[in-house]
Ligand binder design. Structure first.
Ligand SMILES: [Zn+2]
Ligand SMILES: [Zn+2]
Length: 178
């Protein structure tokens, strides 16, 4: 019995993206997320009109208030994200919620590359939810992507030492079942 629940939340039209996310969480972390499909693109509530980007901090704040205890939530959006001080970001994590944007992942990418990039971003943000920080190894999924090139160059899996932290974090969470 798992001591926490993992949920993917996305607009109904993002079936392929939800499937890619589900598959990376299962293959890397051995977790089977619940899927929560929405009728609308809820991030659009936090769109800031002059820049046509979603304020990720406001969106994450909204999601954090909506999430049940003991649940990790990964929300996918097709809209572009920014956080104050950064022109854009691929994703943001603030326990227990992470947001991943697909907006910039399709640039110069065929379906396969797009899907792989999304897997990397989802795996990266989930690593943050487990308490992992950025890693100096450019091939590790926890390497910080300053640009899409960094994402292309890294793996969707954590390096050996990050994977050890993942296992420790998951073990700790699974041990405290009440
Ligand atoms: Zn990061
Ligand atoms: Zn690493």
């Amino acid at each position: 019995m798992c001591a926490f629940r993992l949920k993917i939340r996305a607009f109904r039209g993002m079936g392929d993206e939800v499937e890619a996310s589900r598959s990376v969480l299962e293959s890397v972390y051995d977790l089977r997320p619940d899927i929560d499909l929405r009728e609308d693109e809820e991030a659009s509530k936090f769109l800031e009109v002059p820049r046509s980007q979603v304020n990720a901090l406001r969106y994450i704040d909204y999601l954090r208030r909506d999430v049940e205890g003991g649940t990790f939530l990964i929300a996918l959006t097709r809209l572009d994200l920014f956080v104050p001080g950064l022109n854009y970001c691929f994703g943001v994590a603030m326990e227990p919620v992470a947001i991943v944007s697909t907006y910039r992942l399709s640039i110069d990418a065929d379906r396969e590359r797009y899907s792989l990039r999304l897997k990397k971003e989802v795996s990266h943000e989930f690593g943050h939810l487990l308490g992992l920080n950025h890693c100096k190894d450019p091939s590790c999924v926890m390497y910080f992507s300053n640009s899409i090139k960094d994402t292309d160059n890294k793996d969707y899996r954590p390096c050996k030492s990050c994977m050890k932290r993942v296992v420790d974090s998951l073990t700790l969470r699974l041990r405290f079942v009440t």
